[in-house]
Ligand binder design. Structure first.
Ligand code: SF4
Ligand code: SF4
Ligand code: SF4
Length: 299
């Protein structure tokens, strides 16, 4: 019987893109409800870690924690729009147009990353400081570093004004023919402080993506650090079977978290965001997303 092989990475990418687009729609208030349903798009907010924490949504937090205990940091590669944005920046950065004017010849350059040790002092200091300030009544740092708030600020600064201009342009054309599907609305450009903050955050993120893939996620973001601690105990993990490994290092080069140590074939699961890039790039199927260790596997 023909064996059907699931391409986990392709499924994850399409789902992530869908969630990314819905997040933009939710944040920019482009559409109120999911088409054909009464489900409010704003409900998407509730699935995010910090908004759920601020709203005291224990059920959502529990779902996210249990999800991490089962699948590892899948939240970071599937649900968090700031994480998906970093992957998009990385892909744009690696676009290679082999021959102009032919979309079939647009390819991605190999990432060519290597292993880097974890920046534990930095990431745990940021996490501790954020938690201490939050518990003592200050939400300042958590809101400054919250991925969803930052994604919202980037949208407010760069996406919402563009959407408003397009909407008003379409409204002026449609209204000439007595069609009022589009209605002109006022739009406000972000204030100088908000715009400068967004430009700075975007600049830092682009720099960090270029320097080391998900470096922001594994050195700055307190949500990522917290989920990383939980994912050390996840049931399903990316594992390497040493007996099938030919040490080609393709997985190491394509790992956006730089968390596969080629010397020992060990994976730092606190930094792995369960993106499946390594599985996709292993020609011998030595890597799996699995529950049990086979003999001679990593932890
Ligand atoms: S580490 Fe933070 S910013 Fe990165 S994907 Fe996870 S939650 Fe989002
Ligand atoms: S890609 Fe596969 S074979 Fe190559 S080093 Fe990684 S685990 Fe080993
Ligand atoms: S170890 Fe594999 S799944 Fe984890 S971040 Fe690296 S490439 Fe992605």
């Amino acid at each position: 019987m023909r064996k059907i092989k699931l391409n986990l990475n392709a499924i994850r990418r399409w789902l992530a893109l869908f969630i990314f687009i819905v997040s933009i729609i939710a944040i920019t208030n482009l559409v109120d409800k999911l088409p054909g349903t009464e489900i409010s798009i704003a409900e998407i907010f509730r699935l995010q870690f910090v908004p759920a924490l601020m709203a005291g949504s224990a059920v959502i937090l529990l779902v996210l924690i249990i999800g991490t205990l089962i699948f590892g940091r899948i939240y970071c590669s599937l649900i968090c729009p700031l994480g998906i944005l970093q992957d998009l920046i990385d892909r744009i950065n690696r676009l290679k147009i082999i021959k102009r004017n032919s979309f079939q010849n647009i390819k991605l350059k190999k990432a060519n990353r290597g292993y880097n040790p974890a920046l534990n002092k930095t990431r745990y200091s940021v996490l501790v400081l954020t938690v201490v300030l939050f518990l003592s009544g200050s939400s300042f740092l958590i809101l400054m570093l919250d991925p969803y708030s930052n994604f919202g600020r980037l949208n407010a600064s760069f996406v919402s004004p563009v959407i408003a201009v397009i909407n008003n342009f379409l409204a002026s054309i449609f209204n000439m023919f007595d069609n009022y599907y589009f209605v002109k609305g006022e739009y406000h450009l972000p204030g100088i402080t908000a715009a400068l903050f967004s430009v700075t955050v975007l600049g830092i993120i682009v720099y960090m993506v270029r320097k080391g893939g998900r470096l922001w996620c594994n050195s700055v973001c307190p949500v990522g650090t917290l989920l990383g601690l939980i994912s050390r105990w996840s049931i399903l993990k990316i594992r390497i079977d040493n007996s099938d490994c030919i040490s080609c290092n393709m997985c190491v080069k394509e790992c956006k978290c730089q968390c596969i140590d080629s010397e020992t074939n060990r994976i730092d699961h606190s930094r792995c965001v369960t993106c499946f890039n390594c599985i996709d790039n292993c020609s011998t199927e030595a890597i799996s997303f699995s529950y049990r260790r086979k003999k001679k596997q990593d932890g």
